[in-house]
Design a protein around this ligand. Structure first.
Ligand SMILES: O=C(O)CCC(=O)C(=O)O
Length: 328
């Protein structure tokens, strides 16, 4: 069966032995070295480092850079990976972000739609690449098959309708000079509501987890509900590289970009304000190309006539994207 059909039906595809061992070995060597240089030798040290935002961001930045230099590009854009991704997306895909981890994430079930991509789900994917054989006790990736079909673009509207005050929260996000920390604080109720909605949605579903081999890659939709299993053995590393790919422009790949059709800022009425604000902290590894010091533009709260919108919507949009613009 064609990869694109499996992807569309299941919400994910497993690519066995897509990446060659030698390139992975070199990447892992460099990755371990960066963590060592930043004084992170254990999972506990990583968790502690998160509270020191400046140093944590410096670590993230250094890890990101590993993916954009010559050896990094050789690995991340290896034909063994990009050819099947082109098949999955049925087009000419751009690699946007890439980040590697040494340990599992223990992330609760979530979908990434609202934070990363505003195009149709068929045109973007995440590639989760095993950089070593993943032990079942090291917190493997898990997915809920077929949930991409039910999560859908309506889920953000469902989140917003969970409480009428969420519309106001969203409106507030677009007013004033909101900085990164404050944005996340204000957005917290929305993200918590999204998490609760997802938790309810998967309560009766079976998930699959991936204790897979080095070189294997799981390609999944941003709408597919996924997360990281609990790390049972904290001494175990779980090296993985996560990349986002899509068809289209990097400008479609935004943080908090799309809150459902009702709140679609792509319409003319929701053009960006002129004054930039600077990112002061990174919110999530799901947006690794966002750096401290980057300029974001506040989207004004406006009526969106073209979709008959009666309520405001707002958010951030990057001014001049500094994503690696790599077209294959
Ligand atoms: O790597 C993991 O454990 C989970 C990955 C994840 O949550 C994501 O890619 O959004």
């Amino acid at each position: 069966m064609p990869l694109s059909t499996i992807y569309r039906e299941q919400g994910y595809v497993l690519l066995e032995q897509a990446l060659p061992a030698e390139l992975i070995e070199e990447h892992v060597f460099r990755l371990d070295e960066v963590y060592r240089q930043h004084g992170i030798e254990s999972y506990t040290a990583l968790i502690d480092r998160r509270s020191d935002k400046t140093r944590f961001q410096a670590l993230l930045r250094a890890v990101q850079e590993l993916h954009n230099d010559e050896p990094g590009l050789q690995l991340t854009m290896h034909p063994g990976l990009r050819e099947p991704i082109a098949e999955v997306l049925q087009g000419d895909p751009i690699r946007v972000s890439a980040l590697s981890q040494l340990w599992g994430s223990e992330a609760t079930p979530h979908a990434d739609t609202s934070i990363v991509w505003r195009g149709p789900w068929q045109t973007a994917c995440r590639a989760w690449c095993a950089l070593e054989d993943i032990h079942p006790e090291a917190g493997p990736l898990f997915l809920y098959p077929k949930t991409h079909l039910t999560t859908g673009d309506t889920y953000r509207d469902e989140v917003l309708s969970a409480d009428p005050k969420f519309i106001d929260v969203l409106g507030e996000l677009g007013q004033g000079q909101l900085r990164g920390d404050e944005f996340h604080l204000r957005a917290k109720p929305l993200f918590e509501a999204a998490r609760d909605l997802i938790a309810a949605r998967v309560a009766d579903l079976q998930r699959v987890s991936f204790p897979i081999r080095r070189g294997d890659v799981v390609v999944f939709s941003f709408q597919t509900i996924h997360g990281g299993e609990p790390i049972i053995d904290k001494s175990r590393r779980r090296r993985a590289m996560i990349m986002d790919w899509h068809l289209g422009s990097t400008e479609d790949f935004l943080m908090n970009a799309y809150w459902g059709e009702t709140y679609d800022h792509r319409c003319e009425e929701n053009r960006l304000e002129k004054d930039p604000v600077q990112v002061t902290t990174l919110g999530s590894y799901a947006t690794p190309d966002l750096s401290v010091g980057d300029e974001l533009y506040l989207r004004p709260v406006k009526r969106c006539e073209s979709v008959g919108l009666a309520t405001p919507r707002a958010g951030y949009e990057r001014g001049a994207p500094s994503y690696p613009r790599i077209r294959l």
